[in-house]
Design a protein around this ligand. Structure first.
Ligand code: 5AD
Ligand code: SF4
Length: 442
């Protein structure tokens, strides 16, 4: 039997696409190789959001090249966002790559690789007729009780720093009936937690035909009514699309978790305008107030970029001030990375690297201090935890996640997939520690 090995970079959308890539390869009759060295077909699902993932991919690809030098029959396939962004240059940069394909054309993978991984049209970019949802393809799910569900693809925003719209195209929403049917099927297979995925998940629905047009709030309600689904998450939302009906659904749907990822990007209204985020500092802070009024114990996460072109020390101070005012439970922090073809890459007043590094270090220090304080506030409470398996750091403990999306390592005897109550006894900036109280629901 021929075997494949897949390496994934990037966001949850890419991780989800990878489950479909695996499903497609397995349908072609390939088995999964644990080690890349044992694979006949080496696949990379790439990301190009910042320069760093590009560089990590290049390092991995060098390893694959070395393997191929020993065995010329091995096939190297490169998919995803980097492949799409570099489709012209990919084969010049990496002539040993056999086939490349963009996100959204996974259904065609079989044609390009050929049954059994043979008969590949070497050195070509696979171009699909039409973009399509990965949701309709065979899938190799990593976890029995958790699943991603893609609700839209592409993005209609024009954030000045972001390459996603140019690689993933314009936004297309999946029809609500299709989404609910997939979730119902997943629930029957034992899935208890779903994460709705879209590049701009809460703008879902606007492009639908008039006869089925609804909004993201309605979609949350429809998902909430599926029997067996006990937790619903969604990512990534845009602050501009948190209209009242969406907030009401968050508050009223039992399965929708008390966790919202709310990308801030910058705390300076001047920079937000240059970024084309379409909200300013005050509107963002009012949204935080509305969310907290509707869902009092909501956990807030965010994404922040430092060193956007033109960012002054005063602008950065405003970002720090917003972080201190909101008190995020978690935050992803990024140094601005100019991406070819985006508006921001060509802007004047690019911020020097040493200034960016200094700012991100100061930001991380504040983010971590606050996250540790927020987590410490959970000590003494009991949290519902969905068990994921043994702890990564101590195999005598179990690991799971609270509804507020914090990882908990705890002493207990539950199985993966169980929902248990855990008494919280300790905290760091990223995890909680505790002891299982009792099974909540078998
Ligand atoms: N440079 C740095 N960070 C970026 N992000 C997106 N594009 C860039 C870029 N060019 C960050 C944003 C986004 C997250 C997924 O990545 O914060 O929300
Ligand atoms: Fe990376 Fe963005 Fe593509 Fe996700 S959508 S893989 S973050 S470039």
């Amino acid at each position: 039997m021929k075997r494949y090995h897949l390496t994934t970079f990037g966001c949850q959308m890419n991780a989800h696409d990878s489950e479909r890539i695996k499903g497609m390869l397995e349908e072609l009759g390939l088995g999964e190789a644990v080690d890349q060295a044992d694979a006949d077909v080496m696949v990379f699902n790439t990301c190009t959001i910042r320069e760093k993932p590009d560089q990590r991919f290049a390092a991995h690809l060098a390893q694959a090249r070395a393997l191929k030098e020993h065995d010329a029959d091995k096939v190297i396939a490169v998919g995803g966002c980097y492949a799409e962004a570099q489709r012209e240059r990919l084969f010049q940069l990496y002539p040993f790559v056999d086939v490349a394909f963009g996100p959204g054309t996974i259904p065609h993978l079989g044609e390009w690789l050929g049954a059994g991984g043979e008969g590949v049209a070497r050195g070509s970019f696979g171009i699909g007729e039409e973009r399509s949802f990965a949701g309709v393809l065979p899938m190799h799910r990593e976890r029995r009780f958790q699943a991603w569900v893609q609700v839209s693809m592409g993005c209609n925003s024009k954030c000045a720093y972001c390459i996603v719209p140019s690689v993933r195209g314009r936004e297309v929403s999946r029809r609500p009936g299709e989404v609910v049917a997939e979730i119902t099927r997943l629930a029957r297979e034992g899935v208890r937690e779903i994460t709705l995925l879209g590049q701009n998940v809460n703008s879902w629905g606007r492009d639908l035909a008039p006869d089925v047009r609804t909004d993201f709030g309605e979609l949350l309600r429809a998902c909430d009514s599926v029997a067996g689904i006990e937790r619903i998450r969604f990512t990534s939302p845009h602050p501009k699309d948190f209209r009242d009906p969406v907030i009401a659904a968050l508050a009223e749907c039992e399965a929708v978790c008390e966790h919202v990822h709310l990308p801030l990007q910058s705390g300076s209204s001047r920079i937000l305008k240059a970024m084309r985020r379409t909200y300013d500092r005050d509107r963002y802070l009012r949204l935080v107030d509305r969310l907290r009024a509707a869902v009092p114990d909501v956990a807030l996460g965010t994404d922040i970029i430092v060193g956007f072109p033109g960012e002054t020390e005063e602008d950065f101070a405003e970002t720090l001030a917003v972080v201190q005012e909101v008190r995020y439970d978690s935050a992803f922090t990024f140094v601005f990375s100019p991406r070819g073809g985006t508006e921001a890459a060509g802007m004047p007043d690019q911020v020097p690297d040493d200034v960016k590094r200094d700012r991100i270090e100061r930001l991380i220090a504040v983010v971590q201090r606050i996250a540790a304080e927020r987590n410490a506030e959970r000590i003494g409470r009991t949290e519902e935890v969905l068990v994921e398996g043994p702890s990564r750091t101590d195999s005598s403990l179990l690991r799971g996640r609270t509804r507020r999306n914090t990882t908990v390592n705890f002493a207990g005897d539950a199985d993966a997939g169980d929902l248990v109550d855990v008494a919280i006894e300790g905290a760091t900036s990223t995890t909680l520690r505790g002891r299982q109280a009792a099974l909540v629901a078998a």
